[in-house]
Design a protein around this ligand. Structure first.
Ligand SMILES: NC(=O)c1ccc[n+]([C@@H]2O[C@H](COP(=O)([O-])OP(=O)(O)OC[C@H]3O[C@@H](n4cnc5c(N)ncnc54)[C@H](OP(=O)(O)O)[C@@H]3O)[C@@H](O)[C@H]2O)c1
Length: 209
């Protein structure tokens, strides 16, 4: 699969490198492809290309949007025509001190992203756990829960496969408006990690019967 990473920091770098190591064709879209950090990332990934964000988007079937919320609109609107592409939105619209969300309840970052990425098939995923868990979602025999949501069934199936191959337990949370719940859910993880002494090395699990 051709995957474009839009913002290759903690999240984009981790997921992009893992997908590249799994054999996908990954284009890392960064602000400065010549920076030391960018070159180190490519070395870590073992394969893939470093390019600007618009070029990474052009060649991709699947785009991971992993910039801070404050940059998301400008970045997405600079990417050109995204019609038909799958856009995985990991962005949490966090207040700078991580104490809450800038928007929520009546809309979500994912729904805003869907407006900016006109014609794209947006799936909210990978936003409810830390990037360190993205590097390794296995806990003994258990796998970290990964909720995703979106309005396009085929796009969700693709994202489910991309999450499962990394070792997650992907679970469909419903339509894109469910991001109104998945974004506050990310805050629970953040508050437990940083405010309640859990640290970053934990994940949620779904039990059913
Ligand atoms: N960190 C986590 O554990 C985690 C977990 C779930 C979801 N998220 C969400 O994932 C997103 C990324 O988080 P992160 O921790 O990966 O952040 P990060 O390490 O700071 O990486 C952000 C990336 O966005 C780029 N960027 C920043 N401002 C930009 C701008 N104005 N224009 C273009 N590119 C810009 C950065 O480029 P440069 O390298 O050039 O600065 C960097 O590649 C956030 O929305 C966050 O809420 C994070």
């Amino acid at each position: 699969m051709n995957i474009g990473i839009i913002g290759a920091g903690n999240v984009g770098g981790t997921l992009g490198a893992r997908w590249a190591r799994n054999g996908h064709t990954v284009a890392f879209g960064v602000r400065d492809p010549n920076s030391t950090g960018s070159r180190e990332l490519l070395q870590k990934a073992g394969s893939g290309t470093l390019t600007n964000m618009a070029d990474a988007a052009k060649s991709a079937d699947v785009l991971l949007v992993s910039t801070p919320w404050a940059a998301a609109r400008q970045v997405i609107e600079s990417l050109g025509d995204l019609s038909g592409k799958i856009v995985i939105d990991v962005v949490n619209p966090l207040l700078p001190d991580l104490s809450g969300l800038i928007l929520g309840t009546t809309t979500s970052a994912a729904e805003q992203v869907a407006q900016w990425a006109s014609g794209a098939r947006v799936v909210k995923a990978f936003n409810t756990i830390g990037f360190n868990i993205m590097a390794d979602p296995s806990f003994g025999a258990s796998r970290a829960l990964l909720f995703y949501c979106g309005d396009d069934a085929a796009a969700k199936q693709t994202v489910k496969s991309l999450a499962a191959e990394l070792g997650f337990d992907p679970q469909d949370a419903g339509p894109l408006r469910q991001a109104r719940l998945l974004e506050p859910f990310a805050l629970l993880w953040i508050s437990l990690a940083y405010g309640q002494g859990y640290g970053r090395d934990f994940a949620f699990q779904l039990l059913r019967r």
